[in-house]
Design a protein around this ligand. Structure first.
Ligand SMILES: C[S@@+](CC[C@H](N)C(=O)[O-])C[C@H]1O[C@@H](n2cnc3c(N)ncnc32)[C@H](O)[C@@H]1O
Length: 306
């Protein structure tokens, strides 16, 4: 008969810890989607973070032995993830979009926008020359992540980043400072475009709240740790999208572009705006993101209800 490992024993390697974490997470039926999409990746992230190992460490690192003390530190983090059901990012205080690290805490939603990838490729081919973007707006900025990525994508641009939540803007302030962009990214408290009268931009990006009322009722506990105002988009998820579509043209320069994420709301958006010539951008099968030029927004009258 195989000897059982005593209850107090800790897995002795990095890989053993990851394996143990993944098994515990599966058993606890955790929800993912805040940087990882499955139990193993979540356990690997927490393990590497707790052991202060780089997230892109080579595979050999998983064979490395760990001290009892380090193993205990990792196990405590696993236990918190299971007990508190917080997204891993709120436990570690950080989230990654590609190579960019952002501070996060529960005052702002965990960064995961699909617009991040589009900014990484500088919105090519829609923006033919990055240098031509001189002014950009990140509406609904949350942690400030998209404003910061836009500043990197468009090095000659000044960025306004707005949010209705003072708490979220406090998190954005930390990130703008950490990324040394205080001279190019301006944080503004504003509901929709209210505080932006007379301002015009070459580019507006927005990842607004877009979760429908029905989906809000079904949210896993992890997502309930995030500010409700960052998620709830009304009956069909399009409350803020409607505001954006009604007012964006006034805030875009000729030829300016609007890029908006709507989650799984593509069909609902097309139904609500049958005359708008949406371009749906390739986000690798993730969330739906549309692009419209200022001149196309003239057709932004919503469908009239029968
Ligand atoms: C889905 S989060 C996006 C945050 C960030 N852009 C990101 O991608 O991680 C939406 C943000 O919109 C803000 N928000 C909600 N209603 C708003 C409104 N009416 N005007 C401006 N911002 C709003 C929330 O506070 C939240 O920070």
């Amino acid at each position: 008969m195989k000897a059982r490992r005593p209850v107090s024993a800790r897995p002795a390697t990095v890989g053993g810890l990851v394996h143990h974490g993944a098994r515990s997470f599966r058993a606890a039926r955790l929800a993912y989607g805040h940087g990882t999409s499955n139990a193993r990746d979540e356990a690997a992230y927490l393990t590497l973070h707790a052991l202060e190992l780089p997230l892109d460490a080579p595979a050999q690192v998983f064979a490395r032995r760990v001290t009892r003390r380090d193993a205990a530190r990792v196990m405590r983090l696993f236990q918190r993830r299971i007990r508190e059901r917080k997204p891993a990012a709120y436990l570690t205080g950080e989230a990654w979009l590609g190579d960019f690290r952002f501070h996060v805490d529960q005052r702002a939603i965990v960064p995961r926008s699909h617009i991040a990838d589009l900014l990484h490729s500088r919105l090519a081919p829609w923006v033919p020359e990055a240098g031509r973007v001189r002014t950009a707006l990140d509406l609904c900025t949350g942690s400030g992540c998209l404003a910061i990525l836009a500043a990197h994508a468009f090095p000659r641009a000044r960025i306004d980043a707005t949010d209705i939540s003072a708490a979220a803007l406090a998190v954005a302030r930390i990130n703008v400072r950490q990324h040394r962009l205080r001279d190019r990214v301006r944080l503004i408290r504003s509901g929709g475009f209210a505080a932006l009268r007379g301002k015009r931009y070459d580019l507006i990006v927005s990842n607004p709240p877009y979760v429908t009322d029905a989906a809000m009722h079904r949210l896993p506990r992890e997502y309930r740790c995030e500010p409700r105002i960052a998620l709830a988009g009304g009956g069909d998820g399009l409350d803020i999208v409607r505001v954006i579509l009604a007012q964006a043209a006034r805030h875009l320069r000729p030829g300016g572009l609007l890029v908006v994420e709507v989650g799984d709301g593509r069909r609902r958006a097309e139904k609500a705006y049958p005359r708008l010539p949406f371009t749906w951008l390739d986000t690798g099968g993730g969330g739906d993101v549309f692009l419209l030029a200022r001149e196309q927004l003239a057709a932004a009258a919503p469908a009239t209800r029968a």
